[in-house]
Design a protein around this ligand. Structure first.
Ligand code: KIV
Ligand code: NA
Length: 265
């Protein structure tokens, strides 16, 4: 299959073909989602809360991210791999962002990076872009700013809508190839999508974005709980727990292993 590249994202927007994105944190799931035809795989800093047992994304480091980025990049044949730059690894300056992004590309094999924020990271987006590193923006609810935003709250309501538009335009102007919109009222996300030439990828941002992204554990029903904006397309957590319990039961009862699982002398 032909690799998804930046020009395919622009093309999808022009043709009105929806862009599909999921998170992936390892080679196993990356292989599955690549085979399923998911266009973009995000090695999200959501690895912190979803895979590493943290409460949020704040503690995630570049060293936490790199092995995951490497694993996902190695596994894909078609999907476009985006690596999140974690909290504290890019906000300070454009050169700081550049140093981190270079590691994600060089050591991780990422095809692009994602950073949170709008006008405040325009200089970062500009330097990365001019260095040959595609950048995906992230606006609306930005988890790395959770403590500044006063919690996991919907963004872009009221006056926030104009600020969101300004931020989105600033990212586009700086060279971003796409923008994630997280927890934004559907009509506001639609308006941002309308004014941008680059694609928007929504999560809790309604149906009118150019694409959609979900944390794969939410999408597949791995945990007990998923946010309202995530649809559970499977109950994988339940299925996995049932499989493990059945395995334990058969080991205890002596049903497993059966002769067909055993080697003769
Ligand atoms: O880290 C992540 O999973 C993300 C998506 C929710 C967009 O940034
Ligand atoms: Na993220």
């Amino acid at each position: 299959p032909r690799r998804v590249r930046v020009h395919h994202l622009a093309e999808a927007k022009r043709n009105g073909a929806k862009i599909t994105m999921l998170t992936a944190y390892d080679a196993m799931t990356a292989r599955v989602f690549d085979a399923a035809g998911i266009d973009m795989l995000l090695v999200g800093d959501s690895i912190g809360d979803n895979m590493h047992g943290h409460e949020n994304t704040i503690p995630v480091t570049v060293d936490d991210m790199l092995p995951a980025v490497r694993a996902v990049s190695r596994a894909v044949r078609r999907s476009f791999v985006v690596a999140d730059l974690p909290f504290g690894s890019y906000e300070g300056s454009a050169p700081q962002a550049h140093a981190t992004a270079v590691r994600m590309m060089k050591e991780g094999g990422a095809h692009a990076v994602k950073i949170e924020g709008g006008r405040r990271v325009a200089a970062q987006v500009e330097l990365l872009t001019s260095s040959g590193i595609p950048v995906v923006g992230h606006l609306g609810f930005t988890p790395q700013s959770e403590f500044m935003l006063g919690g996991k709250r919907i963004q872009g309501r009221g006056d926030g809508a104009d600020a969101l538009k300004e931020d989105a335009l600033a990212l586009q102007e700086a060279g971003a190839v796409a923008v994630v919109l997280e927890m934004v009222p559907a009509p506001v996300a639609a308006a941002v999508t309308e004014i941008l030439a680059i694609p928007t990828i929504g999560i809790g941002a309604g149906p009118d974005c150019d694409g959609q992204v979900l944390v794969w554990l939410d999408m597949a029903g791995m945990g007990d709980w998923s946010p309202r904006f995530a649809k559970r397309f499977a109950e994988l957590g339940r299925a996995l727990q049932d499989a493990a319990a059945e395995y334990a039961e058969e080991v205890r009862s002596g049903t497993f292993p059966a002769p067909e699982h055993s080697y003769a002398e």
